[in-house]
Structure formats: structure tokens, C-alpha cells
Design a protein around this ligand. Structure first.
Ligand SMILES: N[C@@H](CCC(=O)N[C@@H](CS)C(=O)NCC(=O)O)C(=O)O
Length: 197
């Protein structure tokens, strides 16, 4: 097993899915939370994080990291390209929803208006589509995969802005609840640092 170090800021953000994947797989990794970013930016291949160091090699880009880990940690059926592509589709749709949310807006009124606009214009229509794609009774694909961890991370991030939306989508809510209740995931959720996003 290679030695893994995951670099990110002290938040969930783009690193939470890789963290959840390590936790679910029970594979150790160093969860390096950078708090003095200007001192480290130049050390990262594209001057951004997350970065996953694999035996000293630094891999950038969330998509590359997550897809590498999915295969490496056996969180997808590697014989079924279509299953993997379905999870990439989910990740793309989730990424589009997360893009313009007002992470750093201080004005509460402006923030609420932007959140409402994005929830109604983008997130809810996306959830409507994703709800129709849920294939298992407690899993996004027919069987457990990193798609379920992606749903958990995605919904958690949206809940930071509006936690009422997921209740309107019973199939996705069931995937979210079942994934959060998986023993290794639940143990991690109970102890992970509390951060605003
Ligand atoms: N396409 C990249 C985007 C990474 C990205 O935007 N990272 C942000 C944090 S979420 C960052 O490193 N910002 C600091 C900077 O650019 O200096 C990915 O998906 O990993």
C-alpha cells in the first residue's frame, strides 16, 4: 500500500470526498490541513489544492484524485466503465451546483438572495434529475460505491447553505442517511473538525 498524504485547507470543500473514501476503505492517510497557504502555494503542482501525495508524487485536481482513489481503494466496480462514468456524471453535476455559492459573502441579505437563486435555478432542478437516477434502495448505483460518499459530501456542502432542500428528495435522502450511518463513515463524521464549509 502506498503512503498517502492529502493536502487541503482546514475545511471540507473539495477534499472531503477523498477523506471519506480513505475512511470508508480503512486506509491510513495523512490529513494535512494547511493554515499558512502562502508558504505552500509554490509547492503545489498547479498552485492549488487538494493535492494527493502518493509515495512522494503530488497528484492535483479533485477529479483525478477521486477517480484514482475509487479504483485504488476498490470503491467502484473496475470492470464496469459505465458505472464509473455514472459517478463522474454525478460529480460533474454536483460540482456545477457548488460553483457559484456565496462562500465568503458577509452581507446576510445578499447571501440569502444568492442562495435562493442558486437553489431554485440550479440545485433543485439538478436534484430532480439525480433523484430519477438513484438505482438502489439505499445506494446511488445498484451497489455501494464512491457515488454514495459523493452524495454525502455534496449534500453536506449544500446543507451549509440550505438544509431544507434534501428533504424533498426521498431517494437521495435515503442514500445520504444510509451512507452517513456506515460504521467507518459515522465514526469519522462524529469526530471530524467542525468547519463552516
Ligand atoms: N480544478 C481544481 C480547482 C482547485 C481549487 O480551486 N482549489 C482552491 C481551493 S477549493 C485553491 O487551491 N485556492 C487557492 C489558490 O488558488 O491560491 C480542482 O478541482 O482540484
Amino acid at each position: 500500500m502506498p503512503s498517502y498524504k492529502l493536502y487541503y485547507f482546514a475545511g471540507r470543500g473539495r477534499a472531503e470526498l477523498p477523506r471519506l473514501m480513505f475512511k470508508e476503505a480503512g486506509v491510513p492517510f495523512v490529513d494535512e490541513r494547511i493554515t499558512d497557504w502562502p508558504n505552500h502555494k509554490a509547492e503545489m503542482p498547479f498552485g492549488q489544492m487538494p493535492v494527493l501525495e502518493i509515495d512522494g508524487f503530488k497528484l492535483s485536481q479533485t477529479g483525478a484524485i477521486v477517480n484514482y482513489l475509487a479504483r485504488e481503494l476498490k470503491l467502484i466496480d473496475t470492470k464496469c466503465n459505465l458505472s464509473h462514468a455514472k459517478v463522474e456524471e454525478l460529480l460533474g453535476a454536483a460540482g456545477d451546483c457548488m460553483q457559484n455559492l456565496p462562500y465568503f459573502e458577509k452581507d446576510a441579505e445578499k447571501k440569502a438572495a444568492t442562495v435562493k437563486e442558486i437553489m431554485e435555478g440550479k440545485v433543485i432542478p439538478t436534484f430532480e434529475k439525480l433523484e430519477g437516477k438513484v438505482a438502489g434502495s439505499t445506494t446511488y448505483l445498484k451497489e455501494f460505491s464512491f457515488a454514495d460518499l459523493a452524495v454525502l459530501a455534496f449534500v453536506d456542502s449544500l446543507n451549509d447553505f440550505d438544509s431544507s432542500v434534501i428533504g424533498r428528495f426521498p431517494k437521495l435522502k435515503k442514500v445520504y442517511d444510509s451512507t452517513a450511518a456506515r460504521p467507518k463513515v459515522a465514526a469519522y463524521l462524529a469526530t471530524r473538525p467542525k468547519t463552516p464549509f
